[in-house]
Design a binder for this molecule. Sequence first.
Ligand code: SAM
Length: 265
Amino acid sequence: MATTTPIRESGLVDRGALEQKVKDMYRRVAKEPEGEFHFAMGRPLAEELGYPPADLDRIPRQALESFAGVGHFLGLAAIRPGETVLDLGSGSGTDTFLAALYTGPTGRVLGLDMTDEQREKAQRLARENGFHNISFHAGYIEEPPFDDASVDVVISNGVINLSAEKDRVFAGIARVLRPGGRLALSDIVTESPLPEKVKCDSTLWAACIGGAMQQDDYRGGITAAGLEMVAFQDNPQYRFLTDAAQAASRSYGVKSVNLLATKPE
Ligand SMILES: C[S@@+](CC[C@H](N)C(=O)[O-])C[C@H]1O[C@@H](n2cnc3c(N)ncnc32)[C@H](O)[C@@H]1O
């Protein structure tokens, strides 16, 4: 296991240390997907989570190798031809590529990610495989660099738990969605609040556990940003791999959920 750097001092998250730890982890996910991680990855994971194999056959294989999502929410998203979709924390692009199949050439898909190696890999695969309606952007999900009311659907998979400023993420989503637009995502939440010792473990944070928010607070954050919750479902297919991750999951009810919310007209 990687060494653990403390990421909280006096109850505050050290944002710089956290960002570095998360980037280190997902740089490896992009470049060495065959390596050892706290979480499952790749096509076997996607199939277990419920992604239709026929759709997975239509996206670049190398994108799928680095898939590190935690659920299949694209059924809830119900993306339609011609829509504009924003994928927050797009990684190597599995959901971005699938969304582009669903929007068709009259729609477009924007991927946003802070880790250069993930974004560059996804951009190269889009170019090499003729996905002309996708663009990948550098930036932070806390301040999405897109216009107000410019997006029909925001999607995200296994990412918001990694942010130390989830309220800013939810506010940014509400800002970029057009009235009537949708948010559909999978993420990790908890049933009980996590103790400091778990939140302080930077490796568990980067593995999508340490930053997980209590589920009622997570829902409350989304509605406080002005969205209406339509569906919030447990996603029992998702399982953690290592002993430390499984122990946290058992003790605090760390789990994957799928949700759909809408921005009022
Ligand atoms: C668990 S991976 C999921 C990637 C992709 N959604 C998938 O399903 O394969 C998390 C991704 O979110 C990105 N990320 C984490 N925190 C971020 C932030 N605050 N702003 C932008 N990207 C972030 C990481 O670089 C990484 O690529």
